[in-house]
Write a protein that binds this ligand. Structure first.
Ligand SMILES: Cc1cc2nc3c(=O)[nH]c(=O)nc-3n(C[C@H](O)[C@H](O)[C@H](O)COP(=O)(O)OP(=O)(O)OC[C@H]3O[C@@H](n4cnc5c(N)ncnc54)[C@H](O)[C@@H]3O)c2cc1C
Length: 391
């Protein structure tokens, strides 16, 4: 049982905050260490699919999520030239009971932070953890000299996790040959409440509205050999994106014209961690399994991890057995998700005209004949309910 146990969490991202809340709701004494000074307006849009929304509901924040997000009605796959629709996954019509929404990352982080504070989770900002101690004897030390010896430590410290190698996961990330830019632009084209994937040879762009629909979130992906750093803070000039996507027409063209502040990040392939928990330490979220963004599952998998981790830890089995249960419940699902994300880029980026034409025609035909099956191919992902699984 974890009631009264002291648990330190490294990182106040979505994984760390959701884990903090889930553990606190089970009675643990939780403190979060975050390197940033505060939880500011960082990041851009996230898609929360029904599997992630189920966790937020179980954490008691569904009403706040609804107030801050837009309900997604469909996912449209379009050709890049004039924006012609290839096929539509009609979320509103075929999965009315499931919530799929668009939310600003900063709003979701703030919402989880406030829920944590209301339940008594403690926070230490401007504290970069620099040392963890040993897995069996954790001792957290921060760059500014704070130190503590909690009963357990959770590494929710993202893609450049320090706990990941500390648990023996030594793999080196490999550049995927793709980079992504992200930006929020003014909604000058009355963008529908759809996620629109504009597909082009070697590139694609995803757009969807955010908040009060005054802005549109854009992610532009390009295959290229020139390497770019992995991380969320690197800026780039709008003209570089506009040049790379200059042949896009229709709505995409007008959205690209509104670019002002643009971030660039290199997309890297990381093997899923082979060890998720050892001694008195465990990983959640990107720290265990960074994924390419092509299935929009980074935040959703972190939410699922957080819930499953808290439930797995809160039993009377020997500690290592609890950690093994956590890993066994998560690893295969996460690996499947990471693989599916890699596969999507290939589908979106088809180059050879005959293959591209044939693939788009097949998608159109499938959508017309079997629209339910088109959405249903994602049932394994969206309808998976970690709350029901655990109860
Ligand atoms: C600044 C930022 C912006 C992002 N923007 C987007 C976006 O626009 N769209 C999108 O789809 N995804 C975005 N992401 C990624 C997305 O949030 C994650 O893929 C997903 O939510 C999983 O979250 P996570 O909690 O595992 O990791 P993250 O969200 O990466 O959170 C990790 C947290 O750990 C903190 N941290 C790391 N090392 C230490 C340390 N040594 N000591 C203390 N704290 C530490 C980081 O500051 C961060 O707050 C962003 C992530 C970050 C950090």
């Amino acid at each position: 049982m974890i009631e009264g146990q002291s648990i330190a969490i490294i990182g106040a991202g979505i994984g760390g905050l959701a884990a903090a809340l889930a553990l606190r709701l089970r009675g643990a004494d939780v403190k979060v260490f975050e390197q940033a000074e505060a939880l500011g307006e960082v990041g851009a849009g996230l898609q929360i699919s029904p599997n992630g929304a189920a966790v937020l509901k179980a954490l008691g924040v569904a009403p706040q999520l609804r107030a801050l997000s837009l309900r997604a009605k469909a996912v449209d796959l379009c050709d890049y030239r004039q924006g012609r629709l290839v096929c539509r996954l009609d979320l509103a019509r075929y999965v009315p009971d499931l919530e799929y929404c668009f939310v600003h990352r900063a709003d979701l982080v703030q919402l989880l932070y406030e829920a944590c504070r209301a339940k008594g989770v403690a926070f230490e900002f401007s504290q970069t953890v620099s040392d963890l101690g040993a897995p069996d004897a954790p001792r957290i030390t921060t760059q500014s000299g704070l130190s503590c010896t909690p009963d357990f430590v959770v590494g929710a410290d993202g893609v450049k996790s320090m706990m990941r190698p500390a648990l023996g996961n030594m793999s080196v990330p490999r550049f995927s040959g793709q980079v992504a830019w992200r930006a929020i632009v003014p909604n000058t084209c009355d963008h529908p409440d759809h996620a629109v994937v504009h597909m082009a040879p070697g590139r694609h762009m995803v757009s969807y509205p955010l908040r009060d629909r005054s802005g549109v979130n854009l992610v532009m992906v390009q295959e290229r050999s020139q390497w770019a750093e992995e991380g969320w803070a690197q800026r780039d000039a709008p003209r570089n994106v506009q040049a790379a996507f200059c042949d896009f027409g229709g709505m995409a063209k007008s959205l690209l014209g509104g670019l002002d502040k643009v971030h660039l990040w290199g997309l890297f392939l990381h093997p899923v961690a082979s060890c998720w928990g050892q001694g008195k330490m465990a990983l959640v979220g990107d720290a265990a399994h960074p994924t390419l963004p092509f299935l929009a599952q980074g935040a959703n998998m972190a939410l699922e991890d957080a819930w499953v981790f808290a439930g797995s830890l809160d039993t009377q089995a020997p500690l290592q057995q609890r950690l093994d249960v956590y890993q066994a419940r998560r690893k295969a699902r996460v690996e499947r998700t990471v693989r599916a994300a890699v596969g999507n880029a290939w589908k979106y980026h088809l180059s050879a005209p005959p293959l591209r034409w044939a693939a788009h025609s097949a998608m159109r035909a499938f959508a017309a004949i079997a629209p339910r099956q088109l959405v249903g191919q994602f049932d394994w992902l969206y309808r998976h309910d970690v709350i029901a699984e655990q109860s």
